[in-house]
Write a protein of this length. Sequence first.
Length: 74
Amino acid sequence: IKGILDPEDARDAVRFGADGIVVSNHGGRQLDGVLSSARALPAIADAVKGDIAILADSGIRNGLDVVRMISCLN
């Protein structure tokens, strides 16, 4: 399921049996006033606690952003 930015939506995806989620704000082009994927990811990862595959497709500007995103998934 693409477009997850809220931990409750991530928990719903697990509850409904989704195979994975994509933490995405669609590049900020669809919704102007939402969190970046990088900022939303830690709370979402904590909410699902490894019960579902998580991908992120935006919010990465440099190598440090990659490290931050990976570290919150472990």
